[in-house]
Design a protein around this ligand. Structure first.
Ligand code: HEC
Ligand code: HEC
Length: 412
């Protein structure tokens, strides 16, 4: 993309950024990314003529760079390294192959030919391979598989190990007479580097999508990128490296499976602050609910509460409870628990029109922990949080203020 004309003066740069940021925020941070990134790159020389300008564009630059990555061929996963390098790394670590027991033709064929209600048999078979493995079939309440089967069915196998813990999830076609699912998603929590043999100070998380191809009765497994050249940044939903599983109602097949689901969820919970490898999450801006730490927090709250339904709550005590509950970042600070960014309050994070924060506050009502908020207060809490993160109308959200670095002016 060629840029027609570069902004010249600081005022022009600032005006341009405000205009582009407005479009960007209105499109839930999806539109015009490649264009904005081209301007920043092609006009870098002009910006460098203004002493100190690039410092005031630091946040904007790094954020756009991160979003731009996954729009470029060869960078679809959005990690710090190109997809080919990431795949080479996975291959060297042995993560592109399924563990031998799961790679058996007979098992892969069983998974293809079993109806969801009969999956207990497949679960039992996999359990018989190793008493430490945990297995359960479930239906996702959030999304279908990224293949033509559009399946909601999943078979999750959890394989603990000294070097790494693997979470291997087969897409399972909802009706075996229709197209079978191709994808097998994996998340690997690496405790010890299998190449160097060295233990990590903090566990490192790797994401792998594998793909099943069926050819005259045999099923081969390669990476999704190699097979169909598609991918997406897993971090757009997996901001916490792993997401606790709450299956669609009545989709778990037995008490044993329910118990194993609970065990897997408790392992997932323990990895909340694990580090996503090859990815600098600070590029995504401030953590949701860090508002209350801002110097001008009280002033922002006055404006915010008029726009997020807080004024409709029954009394001041109720408003005060909501405001206090907004301090998510006191725990979700990136050390105690995973930091949560704007992605998880976007209205379209999940295809159902929900997102992680809405789900956890409104549907599941489990955050903030031990809260005594009423259902109405939870609804308002979610609205206030999401407005406090992004406010496209006046760019007053935490994310927008971070991007604009409003206090920053170049030396003149
Ligand atoms: C649109 C959101 C979204 C994207 C993008 C996404 N996932 Fe997930 N994933 C989920 C949700 C939500 C769950 C929890 C189960 C459920 O509700 O379906 C999940 C669960 C999983 C699990 C089971 C373990 C766990 O964390 O619960 C694996 C493995 C997994 N995803 C792998 C991947 C990989 C690999 C990618 C990238 C190629 C990816 N996912 C991209 C939403 C997503
Ligand atoms: C007192 C500390 C604390 C506060 C405050 C808090 N959380 Fe959490 N959060 C946790 C803990 C602990 C878990 C893990 C719970 C579990 O696994 O059962 C968690 C889990 C979550 C998860 C699931 C992903 C993960 O990291 O495990 C989300 C999303 C989440 N919280 C959002 C929020 C939001 C939004 C707020 C603010 C409204 C909030 N939390 C406030 C402690 C906190």
């Amino acid at each position: 993309m060629r840029v027609a004309q570069c902004p010249q003066t600081w005022d022009e740069w600032r005006g341009w950024r405000t205009k582009e940021l407005t479009t960007l925020a209105q499109s839930h941070y999806k539109k015009n990314i490649v264009y904005i990134s081209s301007v920043l790159k092609q006009c870098a020389a002009q910006m460098n003529q203004i002493v100190g300008a690039s410092g005031c564009f630091k946040n904007f630059n790094r954020f756009i760079n991160r979003l731009d990555l996954s729009k470029r061929p060869g960078r679809l996963l959005g990690f710090d390294v190109p997809d080919s390098e990431y795949l080479a790394l996975l291959s060297a670590k042995g993560y592109l192959a399924l563990p031998p027991n799961l790679a058996r033709q007979e098992l892969l064929a069983d998974i293809d030919n079993t109806r969801s209600v009969d999956f207990a048999k497949v679960e039992d078979k996999i359990r018989s391979y190793d008493p430490k493995w945990r297995v359960f079939y479930y239906k996702s309440r959030n999304l279908s598989t990224p293949d033509d089967s559009q399946a909601m069915g999943r078979l999750l196998v959890y394989i603990p190990g000294d070097a790494s813990d693997r979470f291997i999830q087969f897409g399972v076609s909802d009706d075996p007479s229709s197209k079978p699912s191709e994808v097998i998603s994996q998340i690997i929590v690496e405790k010890l580097d299998p190449v160097s043999g060295k233990a990590h100070a903090d566990p490192q998380v790797y994401y792998v999508d594998l793909w099943r191809s069926r050819n005259s009765g045999s099923i081969s497994v390669t990476s999704r990128l190699q097979s169909v050249k598609t991918a997406e940044p897993c971090y757009s939903c997996h901001e916490s490296p792993l997401i606790k599983i709450k299956p669609a109602d009545h989709s778990i097949l037995s008490d044993l499976s329910s118990q194993q689901l609970a065990e897997v969820n408790s392992v997932i919970s323990g990895y909340a602050a694990a580090k996503i490898a090859e990815f600098n999450r600070d590029d995504l801006g401030p953590s949701v609910g860090s508002e209350s730490k801002a110097v001008d927090a009280a002033q922002h709250w006055q404006v915010l509460k008029q726009n997020c339904g807080a004024e409709q709550l029954k009394d001041d005590a109720s408003v005060a409870r909501v405001r206090a509950a907004m301090d998510c970042a006191s725990c979700h600070d990136g050390a105690k628990r995973a930091a949560i960014h704007y992605l998880s309050v976007l209205p379209d994070q999940f295809p159902t029109g929900s997102n992680l924060v809405k789900q956890i506050i409104i549907q599941d009502a489990v955050m903030p922990p031990q809260s005594e908020l009423t259902a109405d207060e939870n609804t308002v809490l979610y609205q206030c949080l999401s407005k406090s993160v992004s406010s496209p109308g006046d760019l007053s959200g935490e994310l927008e203020r971070w991007l604009l670095q409003s206090d920053c002016t170049p030396d003149t």
